[in-house]
Design a protein around this ligand. Structure first.
Ligand code: FKS
Ligand code: ZN
Length: 343
């Protein structure tokens, strides 16, 4: 299958991530992509193509305009205010504070549009986020145009980004926009399957009240894992979207057996829903040696997961999300794609 990938991801490389009360080199770093590219080439998976320019039309359908403007201008405003370092959110609107007034001062605006302070914004973050979105869009177009599947090698990732907040290394929700593009093309029902270790809170939030996009996520129980404040099993959607949101939170130490059972259940639900296309939020941080996650999947398990997903027989766009065991991230990612193709 074809891979859509932009070198512009490199424009986003913060020096700092707030982790355990210290600033560390971000886990979500440019070299992750090098391992994935190397493995794609080694296995000869298919063409690797640079995407065309981003199409802001479908992005504006889903994402708040004030938020997009904030992302575009935040760095200049931060520098103009005399801030010395990268953009890190300090205060955010917590319980019983107001969210109906958006602060004018950049430090306040940053807090307003952020939900997790580990994630820094730098000079090139907006351009990189757009290039990541462009890859997702170009993969969607390939599949809408008749390809069985395409891989968007997105970086930065997207599934934690909501319609108006960034966090968890994510700025623009690539998978959500790809799903929306299938809808705009006229498909009545779409599914988003999120197999990243972390709950896709952004994607869930964007589609929570919609009955036309089924969201299913396998992830670390939010009682124990980021994003902590969303991702419980009783979140089933609301209004028209009632029943179209499926969460499979799992405990620390979960091995492939129960994880694959959850995957099969999600797949069965997607089939029953009658989805006409599938977007997979493809994170490989469920891997046993991932430094920030706690499942126990091994490399061959990812190929098996890819085979099971292929069983749906749906046109499929894979959007890269997380995976931080840097040496294994290429093998694990490509295993999912090869498992899918071999099925
Ligand atoms: C380490 C704790 C890190 C944030 C975790 C973010 C996970 C991001 C991801 C994505 F796919 F978006 F990249 N907490 N000290 O893997 O879900
Ligand atoms: Zn993750």
């Amino acid at each position: 299958m074809k891979t859509c990938f932009s070198e512009d991801h490199r424009l986003h490389f913060p020096q700092a991530e707030l982790a355990g009360g210290q600033f560390v080199t971000p886990y979500e770093r440019p070299s992750r992509v090098e391992y994935i590219l190397a493995r794609l080439k080694e296995r000869g998976l298919g063409e690797i193509e640079a995407p065309g320019p981003v199409d802001m039309g479908p992005v504006h359908q889903l994402i708040d305009h004030g938020y997009l403007e904030f992302l575009e201008t935040a760095w200049d405003a931060w520098k103009a205010a005399g801030m010395a370092g990268e953009i890190i959110a300090a205060g955010v609107p917590a319980r019983r504070m107001r969210t109906d007034r958006i602060p004018r001062y950049i430090d306040g605006r940053v807090g307003y549009y952020c939900h997790a302070s580990e994630t820094a914004i730098t000079r090139g973050t907006w351009s990189a986020a757009l290039s990541s979105m462009a890859s997702a869009q170009s993969a969607q177009r390939a599949v809408a145009g008749g390809a069985r599947a395409a891989f968007a090698l997105c970086r930065p990732p997207g599934h934690h980004a909501t319609s108006d907040q960034y966090g968890g290394y994510c700025f623009l929700n690539n998978a959500a926009v790809a799903a929306e593009m299938f809808r705009l093309d006229g498909a009545p029902r779409i599914a988003v399957l999120d197999i990243d270790f972390h709950h896709g809170n952004g994607t869930q939030d964007i589609f929570y009240a919609r009955g036309d996009v089924l969201f299913a996520s396998l992830h670390g129980d939010p009682m124990e894992a980021y994003p902590y404040f969303l991702g419980h099993a009783d979140e089933r959607g609301t209004g028209e979207g009632e029943g179209a949101n499926l969460n499979y939170p799992m405990q620390p130490g979960t091995p492939y057996g129960p994880w694959a059972e959850a995957l099969d259940d999600a797949i069965a639900r997607i089939r029953r829903f009658g989805a006409e296309a599938l977007v997979v939020s493809l994170g490989v941080d469920a891997y046993k040696d991932d430094p920030i996650s706690f499942f126990r999947l091994d490399s061959p398990d990812f190929a098996d997961a890819g085979r099971r997903i292929a069983g749906l027989g749906l046109p499929t766009v894979f959007c890269m999300e997380g995976g931080y065991a840097i040496e294994a991230v290429g093998v694990n990612t490509v295993n999912v794609l090869e498992g899918f193709e071999d099925a």
